[in-house]
Design a protein around this ligand. Structure first.
Ligand SMILES: *Cc1c(COP(=O)(O)O)cnc(C)c1O
Length: 832
């Protein structure tokens, strides 16, 4: 009776409140719910259940708790007619969700008790979860941190992405080489998603465009004879931190359209129908690793369009529930593009407004530009996406027409501004002329957005001055900067429980949602008990990592040595090779008996190389080979160990970050857009050795130059050296004996069992006068800086003081700050 009344009310568009939660979050209730899930949904005898069963049952129990908050959150969005933000990202590097959800719901202690009452250890249960690795690295992890902050700040936003059946490849090390395997993360299902049977959207591909005149005599286009694929939604709930607010992340999967199936079946082509069904479904099958050659990969373009088209049908559906015209569209909808990956959204929105909704070009264009914001993530020219015009025209013929029209109108404006300047037109055109004509997606994204942002101050400066100076001149004011961050919930509270506890014991726990509060720690620099506690916690975290290293690599490391860590994607610009060269130098000094009074080190590496990036893979082989030699040389003893942890991912990062003494952030200045690994380390009390690159510069500004180890060329100096080469690698070797010795060892095969060919490509690139990453030019200053690091580490009190100051001054690097800036400055949504 009661429920029927409510349905009646709902049908009359009145607001209803459903009965209060049947899932109270006390330890006892959680335990009963786990048992309930074990029996009723998993068909398990609680007495004979394993940690994996309990993980699943607990995850469903937690999800039950989130559902109610999620429903009420959606209602408040709906009721308040708020402007909504759509965060479009081809990548969300989520990692595990159980621990973070428990933290954010504020039920950590109750869950622990409940799990213990069933005879399990919460850490063991948490360890059963597969990572959701739907991203490659920093860009995808940023999107995941953004979701946490958006939920915590109660911003009316949705994340949109793809539900890849296979996430980022699994990395194994075989004989020291990277070998990739499939990441079949869904093989046992995931408890975090709700698969939706509605809405279902049809996504068009291929076909051709016909035109007609509408009743007002206007040119109208029709996209016909298309091959269609269906998009199905799965929703993942993201809880804010202790605020009863739960937002939605919607991930799309592709499957074959029913019409198409039936058509083929009725023609009697059973196998053909099944094949086309399978081929439709490959669109959401696998996450692409970065690859310079993927411009030719039609499936990647199809993936991007599939994602964008499904998302915009959803956006339009939601908008049209309340609005008849598009006059209010930009007051209700903001779309942020995480890199150019979803930038086909710009011609897609134009297409919808022109061809489906019948707006004029001028109306549609105004709405489009005001809707989009574009975040750039890279300074590497080769990473800027370009698609062959031919391919775009085949896969998305109507979009190519629209892109040409956008370009024509844009170039007319450019020509008016710079009369007779053909070079300007060529440089700024969306279409790159050449043997293979290409569509430059970054140009499209800049022209079609009202905001273009970089992800750290230096990066944003370089976008304006080095990468897109013409556009900056043409659209002054369109470019801005939003320095990246990390969520302090996951990256301190969750992963470093003891440090978080120590901090809260002194300054309370408001830092969790107001990271600037950490400044309060500066009062305790001379509090001996606090400092000793700090050191003990770091030691315990290092011991835990040592255990993990033993398990994964079979190498015993000493937790009292300096843990010197570089974990991130393997890329030449990130310069893992520079780190390796320093380790060779250390090794040689130890052998020569010149390392007395140097701090013993454990060098830890982890990271994946793109499968097609052979040079990066060779760098992995070099590091593992150095480890083989150093770790087995009895003369070295405990002075140096070198390990490479296989399969770097978010949950590995969660063990590594709290255990670091030294954080390696050593990219060539002017190449790393921001970095966020640098922030995770510093927030967990590691000191940074780094170049003046990306957010390192801002970290130095915050922590003070006496609390960070900076070395090497600045971005400006690096640019100068690349052009003028004032000092060649050969000169460096002549003038510096240590460096000459390092290169000699590499050449002579000291780390390749006498094989002088194996690492020759690396030697050659180091000695190349045109080495764009300038390794040998920075090596001297890096080694000197590492010596200063060693001296500092041997004074534990002083080191701890610096570490505390790093943590105390990390407030700026919370994604709460970043998201507040996006919301207020780009999306036009004030934050409560
Ligand atoms: C934070 C993070 C990154 C980004 O690291 P950078 O050092 O900023 O490149 C990459 N991968 C994972 C798993 C991360 O957690």
């Amino acid at each position: 009776m009661e429920v029927l009344e409510k349905i009646e009310k709902r049908n009359n568009n009145e607001s209803v409140t459903w009965p209060s939660a049947p899932y109270p979050s006390t330890a006892e209730a959680i335990k009963l719910n786990i048992i309930h899930h074990l029996m009723s949904f998993q068909g398990r005898d609680p007495e004979r259940s394993g940690a994996r069963d309990v993980y699943k049952a607990l995850a469903y129990t937690i999800r039950d708790l989130m559902v109610q908050k999620w429903i009420s959150t959606q209602k408040t969005f709906y009721a308040k007619k708020k402007k909504r933000v759509y965060y479009l990202s081809l990548e969300f590097l989520i990692g595990r969700s159980l621990g973070n959800s428990i933290t954010n719901l504020g039920i950590t202690q109750d869950v622990k008790q409940a799990v213990e009452a069933l005879g399990f250890d919460i850490d063991e249960v948490r360890d059963q979860e597969e990572d959701a690795a739907l991203g490659n690295g920093g860009l995808g992890r940023l999107a995941a941190c953004f979701m946490d902050s958006i939920a915590t700040l109660k911003i009316p936003a949705y994340g949109y992405g793809i539900r890849y059946e296979y996430g980022l490849f699994f990395q194994q090390l075989v004989d020291g080489y990277q070998v990739e395997g499939p990441d079949n993360w869904l093989q046992n299902g995931t408890p975090w998603e709700f698969e939706r049977s509605l809405p279902l959207f049809k996504i068009q591909f291929f076909g051709n465009v016909t035109s007609y005149q509408d009743e007002n005599g206007r040119y109208r286009a029709r996209w016909v004879n298309t091959k269609d694929v269906m998009a199905k939604a799965s929703d993942i709930m993201i809880p804010g931190y202790k605020n009863d607010h739960v937002i939605n992340m919607r991930l799309w999967s592709a499957f074959s359209s029913r019409e198409l199936d039936l058509g083929d079946f009725s023609r009697g082509d059973y196998i053909g129908a099944v094949e086309s069904k399978v081929s439709s479904e490959t669109i959401s099958k696998v996450l692409y690793p970065p690859d310079h050659n993927y411009a030719g990969q039609e499936l990647r373009l199809k993936q991007q369009y599939f994602f964008v088209a499904a998302t915009f049908q959803d956006i339009m559906r939601r908008y049209k529930k309340k609005h008849v015209t598009f006059d209010q569209f930009t007051d209700r909808v903001a779309v942020q593009l995480n890199d150019t990956h979803p930038s086909i959204a710009i011609p897609e929105l134009m297409r919808l407004l022109l061809d489906i909704e019948g707006l004029s070009w001028e109306q549609a264009w105004k709405i489009t530009v005001n809707t989009f914001g574009y975040t750039n993530h890279t300074l590497m020219p080769e990473a800027l996406e370009r698609w062959p015009v031919e391919m775009m025209g085949r896969v998305l013929p109507r979009h190519l027409q629209i892109i040409y029209e956008i370009n024509q109108r844009f170039l007319n404006e450019v020509a008016e501004r710079y009369p007779g300047n053909q070079q300007k037109l060529r440089q700024m055109s969306i279409i790159e002329e050449g043997p293979v004509k290409m569509v430059r997606m970054a140009h499209l994204a800049i022209i079609g957005s009202h905001s273009v942002n970089g992800v750290a101050e230096l990066h944003s400066q370089l976008l304006k001055n080095r990468i897109f100076p013409d556009f900056h001149n043409f659209y002054p004011g369109r470019f801005n900067s939003k320095t990246n961050g990390i969520t302090p919930r996951r990256w301190l509270l969750d992963i470093n429980e003891s440090l978080a506890g120590l901090i809260s014991s002194r300054i309370g726990d408001r830092w969790v949602t107001d990271l600037d509060q950490l400044r309060g720690l500066e009062k305790f620099l001379d509090d001996e008990e606090f400092c000793t506690g700090w050191r003990e916690i770091k030691y315990a975290n290092k011991k835990r990592l040592a255990g993990y290293i033993k398990t994964k690599c079979g190498v015993v490391v000493d937790p009292s040595t300096m843990f010197d860590i570089q974990v991130k994607r393997i890329h030449e610009y990130k310069r893992q090779l520079l780190n390796a060269l320093h380790l060779i130098n250390l090794y040689q000094r130890i052998i020569r008996g010149e390392a007395q009074g140097r701090a013993p080190r454990t060098a830890v590496f982890a990271g994946k190389a793109a499968p097609s990036y052979w040079r990066a893979k060779l760098i992995i082989k070099l590091i593992t080979s150095i480890g083989e030699v150093v770790n087995n040389d009895p003369r070295v003893k405990d002075r140096l160990k070198v390990v490479f942890l296989p399969n770097y991912n978010v949950s590995q990062a969660e063990i590594v970050m709290p255990a670091a003494d030294l954080s390696e952030q050593i990219s060539t200045a002017g190449t790393e857009a921001s970095g966020t690994g640098n922030m995770k380390f510093a927030l967990n009390g590691a000191l940074t050795i780094g170049t003046l690159d990306g957010a390192n510069i801002e970290i130095r500004e915050e922590v003070g130059e006496e609390n960070i180890f900076i070395f090497g060329l600045s971005a400006e100096e690096a640019e100068f050296e690349r052009k003028n080469c004032s000092r060649t690698p050969r000169q460096v070797c002549r003038e510096n004996e240590s460096i000459n010795n390092i290169m000699a060892a590499l050449r002579s095969g000291s780390f390749s069992g006498g094989n002088t060919e194996l690492f020759k490509p690396l030697v050659d690139s180091l000695m190349d006068e045109n080495d764009p990453y300038l390794l040998l030019l920075d090596l001297e200053s890096y080694i000197d800086c590492q010596n200063r690091v060693s001296d500092a580490f041997l004074q534990p009190e002083k080191w701890t003081r610096k570490a505390i100051l790093n943590v105390a001054r990390m407030g700026k690097f919370s994604t709460d700050r970043t998201i507040r800036e996006y919301s207020e400055k780009i999306w036009g949504i004030p934050v409560e």
